[in-house]
Design a protein around this ligand. Sequence first.
Ligand SMILES: [Zn+2]
Length: 367
Amino acid sequence: MATAHGEVETPAFMPVGTQGAVKAVTHRDLEDLGVQILLGNTYHLYLRPGDDLIARRGGLHTFIGWTKPILTDSGGYQVFSLAARRTIDEQGAHFRSHLDGSAHSLTPEKAVDIQAQLGSDIAMVLDECLAHPATADAVRASMQRTLRWACRARDRFLALRDRLVPGVVVSNPGQAQFGIVQGGVFPDLREESACQTVEIGFEAYAIGGLSVGEPTEVMYDVASRTTACLPEDRPRYLMGTGTPEDLVESVARGIDLFDCVLPTRNARNGQLFTSEGRINIKNARYAEDDRPADPHCGCYTCRTASRAYLRHLFAVNEINAATLNTLHNLHFYLDTLQRIRDAIAFGRFESFRLSFHQSLSRQPHDS
Ligand SMILES: [Zn+2]
């Protein structure tokens, strides 16, 4: 995948850098881990420090000191999940900041403008996020509104590209815009959404509204039915997914791009992803366990720290616990994607997929 800040080997995983940083680790750590592309959250950056301030510094890359590709979300997901007193109408989402109660509106156009000022390499359109489960009628109405919003977002994006919108700084003229397929767990709605989103015409396409509580098999089924409706020569991005098993299964169904807070958030809660399943470093059984978190892992944490030490750091609330656990979990995710890319390149993805699942199921996971 080619972007204004370089190429990304796919399938790829994007660590979540919510506030312009991945929690507990530095950009230097991310580069050492081989991170190719970072995700930034538009809602948070818009509220603090503000997209105007970031645009005056030349955009997000310059402001945070990251020279590789960045994808920004539309801000919609956080408005739907974090903001107070939100109302949604045809115009957009109206809400109060979770920080100071100030009133804001996020319209499809405004989401494009903010991301233009941030200057990410990939901007996402504003879509409506429905809670699962929802009735087919509610999902259809929401999916159709998302399509109308996608048309408005594309018009605005093209107007900005042609410098037709005064007052908005285009920090990255090479920015791409991705459309988002909605439609819940209903195959016919997903197909309709995919066809009409492709008809609007974006640089690439994402699948939204999954990983929201539906059974795993349903998510896999929707992903494979949706990728079948998307152009083969464009990356497909499955938003907000998932576990290491989900990544392998989604690649098998044609997905190229992932983001998820699981490796970083769970690291800060003491949960480590390993080649033999998940371990919870808080457990008493690790108090005198001198083995590394994952005996098959070559990351900095596994080369230098024992489970006993990691458990101690977590128990005393040492800030290093979050850093070391995050380094390991991100390494595990990025290494899994690297092994997937290698397996695809050598034509042995199916055997990789089988041995990956066998390895994970060999031992019971910690709770
Ligand atoms: Zn490790």
